[in-house]
Design a protein around this ligand. Structure first.
Ligand SMILES: [Zn+2]
Length: 337
């Protein structure tokens, strides 16, 4: 079975011979190729060539196109100043909004012109030219809460969220519009799967998530679901909000390691789940440890609606042997069947 067919069958919740294997591997390939992190973040061709080379060398079955957090890219396009970090990738230095009312002056960025969004769109086009139709091309867009915290500051955003949540609505609407326009440009560039990434969402109470966050996540998903596969990534322990996540208009949920995969499977019956292999193990473990973990994940999730992946972004210094072990142990399942 072709990797792309197996991927779509998994989304359709058909029982497959073995799950697809698609680690969230972006900038970890830099280490494999002896590159620093910074240069490809500013060079579409180098970013695309590196991502394709990573796929070819490790043998996984899908490519995430991007090189750093999508919320950084969008915050920069909205006017945030980025500062250098020791690791090589820039980060937002300080919030650009002093208060929620300042959102009225926030522009709607043009993904084809502003900041480094065009670099990411060109990288998607280049990757698609090389591998479209062979394996799926995935890319992240910012979730509403996480982008809001970058623009307004985490402590102020959370204070509003818990004491005056309705005052955040205008900001959430504004960041949704920006995220949707980035997502649509990514689809136009050839992207198959749009993954809304909202890591901050695992830090809010379930009632707050359900009432004040999930409607905005859904707004982004609804805007893309006719032209791309809608997916959601929330890092950390999402066990308490899984029931709300199950009501969202997603076809995939990327489950991080702190969530028990059997539990996620039992709650998200009609959604393909993806992930769960520990990124710490991938970075520091041995190939044997990775194999054991992959087999355990497949045992818990089953052969219907599951994609083997890392719980989150594969870290920069992860050895390629460990990612290959993830791929090989998934392929072995097929041979055993
Ligand atoms: Zn994550």
């Amino acid at each position: 079975m072709k990797p792309l067919d197996r991927f779509y069958e998994s989304l359709d919740l058909v029982v497959v011979d073995r799950p697809p294997v698609i680690p969230q591997a972006t900038y970890c390939v830099a280490g494999w190729l002896g590159l620093d992190l910074r240069r490809p973040a500013y060079d579409a061709k180098l970013m695309a060539d590196s991502l394709i080379e990573g796929l070819r060398r490790a043998g996984y079955e899908g490519v995430y196109v991007g090189w750093e957090a999508s919320f950084n890219i969008l915050a920069e396009a909205l006017g945030a100043v980025l500062e250098e970090t020791e690791g090589g990738l820039p980060r937002v230095s300080r919030p650009i909004l002093r208060d929620v009312d300042d959102v009225d002056g926030l522009p709607l960025p043009d993904p084809w012109l502003d900041g480094r969004m065009p670099i990411h769109l060109e990288a998607i086009e280049r990757v698609c030219k090389a591998i479209k139709g062979e394996v799926p091309v995935l890319s992240y867009v910012p979730g509403p809460l996480t982008l809001s915290t970058l623009l307004l500051g985490s402590s102020r955003t959370f204070r509003y969220l818990y004491f005056e949540p309705d005052k955040l609505r205008k900001l959430m609407e504004s960041v949704c519009r920006a995220s949707i326009s980035f997502a649509k440009a990514k689809i136009e560039s050839g992207c198959d799967v749009i993954v809304v990434a909202d890591p901050m969402s695992s830090m809010v109470k379930p009632g707050i998530f359900e009432e004040y966050i999930s409607p905005y996540i859904d707004r982004i998903l609804e805007a893309v679901n006719r032209d791309a596969v809608p997916s959601l990534h929330i890092c950390g322990n999402t066990s308490k909000i899984l029931a709300s996540i199950g009501k969202l208009k997603i076809e995939i949920f990327e489950v991080d390691t702190p969530v028990d995969l059997s539990y996620a499977r039992s709650i998200l019956k009609d959604i393909c789940v993806m992930g769960n292999v520990s990124t710490t193990l991938l970075k520091l473990g041995r190939p044997n440890d990775i194999e054991r973990e992959v087999v355990e994940c497949i045992r818990k999730a089953g052969l219907r609606g599951y994609i083997v992946s890392s719980g989150c972004e594969v870290p920069y210094t992860t050895p390629i042997e460990n990612v290959k072990a993830m791929v090989d142990s998934t392929l072995k399942i097929e041979r055993k069947m």
